[in-house]
Design a protein around this ligand. Structure first.
Ligand SMILES: CCCCCCCCCCCCCCCC(=O)SCCNC(=O)CCNC(=O)[C@H](O)C(C)(C)COP(=O)(O)OP(=O)(O)OC[C@H]1O[C@@H](n2cnc3c(N)ncnc32)[C@H](O)[C@@H]1OP(=O)(O)O
Ligand SMILES: Cc1cc2nc3c(=O)[nH]c(=O)nc-3n(C[C@H](O)[C@H](O)[C@H](O)COP(=O)(O)OP(=O)(O)OC[C@H]3O[C@@H](n4cnc5c(N)ncnc54)[C@H](O)[C@@H]3O)c2cc1C
Length: 625
């Protein structure tokens, strides 16, 4: 009798399963894992606040790098419900979703639209005579495409559609739709649903497509916490049309935590492997060195470790900010919604692009063995690159942040600024002067000045172009590269300052030796990004060539200091081998034995001569083909 652990982590490795078998195996594992989780959540009341803890358990425990067919049920279906459904609707459905007696998905993206959600084509037309909505997919491009779990798993989904009532379009709204019979799991009449096929990664998420042929749903299936349709078809507006986007903000917050978890896995593997792997002699006649002794290897890996700690602290800051502002929104105070949206956008974009960049570096830093699926690095790389797209393409999200920053800059003299942007006032105040200094505080100031000057320059450029007769939209598009760069600089300034401030606070309760190492990580992160963004700093601050020489030696000194603690730092992530699932990163360091053990599981090693020899090779080699 297999233990739960063996059931979850044993069996044929996913990489040797067909696409269909992989899905079936993931579903088998998901029901084991989520029945355990269901027990946990039955003990806690579930609102959005403590829901994230449950979700990080789900994500952290996601036992396959290929994701899970239940992912969207937890990541979007339920959070959207909690933020968009009214009391009665939550009463009716939320408990069933929480105990997984229904499995949901989130269907917003269509074949033809992902970013531009105001352009979504699916329609929901209200019929007052029957008090129903008629859901319809008018074109092929209106088919929903991508919703996780929708292919074969979910029997409900939240559909985002253009709401029509009394002949008028009121824009996109959310609807809960049953897509499969709860007993037979057959698609309901008028519904065409299926799976979208093999992807670069996340092949257990069961992404699907769905089309509606005049499918009728009750009026009360429109999620009506914010906007409403009354029985006679009267539309009642939401207090703020952007509240419908609320769940995307929440998911972006979760994704920042997620990106840290995936990067932590990748650097645990790469660091441990770099301590085990010996290659080349540093000095003639000496034994081969641990590759972690090479400074170029430290440059690849130790900066990723620092980035992981930095983003973890920023994820926590974002979560705290989300909770504060979400409370205000519940009380009708919309004042900081735009700031929260801008912060969630840029942190989601930067955390996922950093995670993708550093995970790819971890893969390369492990040489050929890092290219083995059994190392888990290829799957983590495929996953982190996906996160640069899902929940909002990173470029588009940074443009959203830039939009908020320009709006803020226009109003810079009209009153106090909200916390995440108040530095703009400080560094632009009359009489403010700053001379570059090679210190953490000096670096933070430098990044804040770069951000402020980019925002100011973008606004001046926009104004000049519009004054020259260009439309606002064309001017925006023309300078959009600089707008994205301003969004990124603003975010980098926040990430470095948050890392420094929050880590300084945490260090007060640490032992001196631990505080020293943590302080080195903050410095490494700040100096690394200073060297990465030298162009900006040379353009907008008084940094000199001599400063750069000193920065480079500061950087190399930090790598030397952190090297002895590298393995200890990743061990502190405490990711058990079963979740790491890596031949290179296992705690016992038996890399070569594990590589061989995994290789022998390949079906191609089941017999000494594969049938293709007799069928193809032999006749070919004998000139008979
Ligand atoms: C269990 C194991 C797990 C395993 C684990 C595996 C890993 C995990 C698996 C994968 C997990 C995938 C999960 C992803 C699932 C999706 O991908 S769901 C689909 C996500 N799609 C998107 O994010 C679409 C992105 N596009 C958008 O959000 C909007 O189209 C855009 C880009 C914001 C533009 O919208 P728009 O209405 O045209 O807005 P725009 O005219 O630019 O601005 C209008 C105003 O709205 C405001 N606004 C816009 N959006 C918002 C907002 N969200 N909030 C507040 N205000 C907003 C703007 O700030 C602006 O304000 P003002 O400046 O006027 O004051
Ligand atoms: C693994 C995965 C899981 C997903 N899960 C779901 C899900 O469960 N539910 C769901 O609804 N969706 C899901 N999605 C879809 C995802 O949300 C979209 O892919 C994403 O929003 C990007 O939209 P798109 O694919 O249409 O790309 P596009 O918007 O077509 O972007 C393509 C390119 O155009 C550029 N671009 C687009 N608009 C602009 C602009 N205004 N300015 C400048 N450049 C622009 C982008 O920067 C990008 O380079 C998932 C996607 C992936 C990869």
């Amino acid at each position: 009798m297999l233990t739960k652990r063996e059931e979850l982590f044993g069996g044929t490795p996913d990489e040797y399963l067909s696409h269909k078998e992989k899905y079936e195996n993931s579903t088998r594992k998901a029901v084991i894992l989520f029945s355990l989780l269901r027990k946990i959540q039955e003990e806690n009341n579930t609102d959005l606040t403590n829901y994230r803890n449950l979700l990080s358990g789900v994500l952290g425990a996601s036992i396959s790098q290929d994701g899970s067919p239940f992912g969207l049920h937890y990541i979007m279906f339920m959070p959207v419900f909690m933020s968009q459904a009214d009391e009665e609707q939550q009463e009716r459905w939320l408990h069933r979703a929480l105990n997984c007696s229904i499995i949901g998905s989130y269907a917003q993206t269509e074949l033809g639209h992902g970013t531009f959600i105001r352009g979504l084509e699916t329609t929901a037309t209200y019929d007052p005579s029957t008090q129903e909505f008629v859901l319809h997919s008018p074109t092929l491009t209106s088919y929903k495409w991508w919703p996780g779990g929708l292919g074969n798993t979910a029997n409900y989904c939240i559909v985002i559609a253009q709401l029509y009532s009394k002949g008028e379009c009121h824009g996109i709204h959310s609807f809960i739709v049953q897509v499969r019979d709860e007993d037979t799991h057959m698609p309901l009449p008028g519904i065409k649903v299926g799976e979208i096929g093999v992807k670069m990664g996340l092949n257990a998420v069961n992404n699907g497509f769905i089309g509606f042929e005049n499918v009728r749903i009750p009026r009360t299936n429109m999620l009506m916490k914010h906007a409403k349709i009354l029985e006679d078809g009267t539309y009642v507006k939401s207090k703020n049309s952007k509240l419908i986007y609320g769940a995307m903000v929440f998911v972006r917050v979760v994704i920042v935590f997620d990106s840290v978890n995936y990067l932590a896995k990748a650097i645990t593997v790469a660091t441990r492997y770099s301590a085990v792997r010996r290659q080349s002699q540093l000095k003639e006649g000496e034994p081969e060195r641990q590759i972690l002794d090479y400074v170029t290897q430290q440059d690849k890996i130790l900066t990723a470790i620092a980035g992981c700690f930095a983003m973890k602290m920023n994820a926590r800051m974002l979560w705290d900010t989300f909770n504060v502002i979400n409370d205000q929104l519940h009380k009708g105070n919309m004042e900081r919604l735009g700031e929260l949206h801008a912060l969630a956008c840029c942190l989601k974009a930067i955390s996922t692009s950093d995670s993708s960049l550093f995970t790819a570096r971890c893969r390369v830093s492990c040489g050929g063995h890092g290219y083995m699926v059994s190392s888990t690095l290829p799957a983590t790389s495929a996953l982190t690159t996906a996160s640069c797209t899902y929940e909002g393409d990173n470029t588009v999200l940074l443009l959203q942040t830039a939009r908020f920053l320009l709006k803020t800059w226009r109003q810079i003299d009209t009153g106090p600024l909200t916390p995440t942007v108040e530095y703009l006032k400080t560094v632009s105040a009359p009489g403010f002067s700053y001379k570059w200094e090679n210190s953490i505080e000096g670096i933070i100031r430098g990044f804040q000045i770069v951000s402020m000057k980019k925002i100011s320059s973008c606004l001046n450029l926009m104004t000049a172009k519009v004054m020259s007769g260009m439309s606002q939209a064309d001017a925006w598009n023309t300078i959009s590269i600089q707008l994205v760069s301003a969004g990124e600089s603003h975010c980098r300034a926040i990430v470095i300052s948050t890392f420094h401030e929050d880590m300084s606070k945490a260090m007060r309760s640490m032992s001196a030796s631990l505080a020293e190492v943590m302080g080195q990580l903050v410095e490494l992160y700040a100096v690394y990004w200073t060297l990465e963004r030298l162009g900006d700093l040379l353009e907008y601050t008084s940094i000199s060539g001599a400063d750069v020489v000193k920065l480079r030696s500061w950087y190399e000194e930090l790598l030397r200091k952190i090297r002895p603690n590298a393995v200890g730092l990743v061990d502190a992530f405490d990711i058990i081998d079963e979740l790491l699932q890596s031949t290179l990163g296992a705690y016992d360091g038996r890399v070569y034995e594990r590589l061989m053990e995994e290789a022998l599981k390949s079906p191609l090693n089941a017999e000494p001569v594969n049938q293709s020899f007799h069928k193809y090779l032999k006749p070919f080699m004998q000139g008979k083909l």
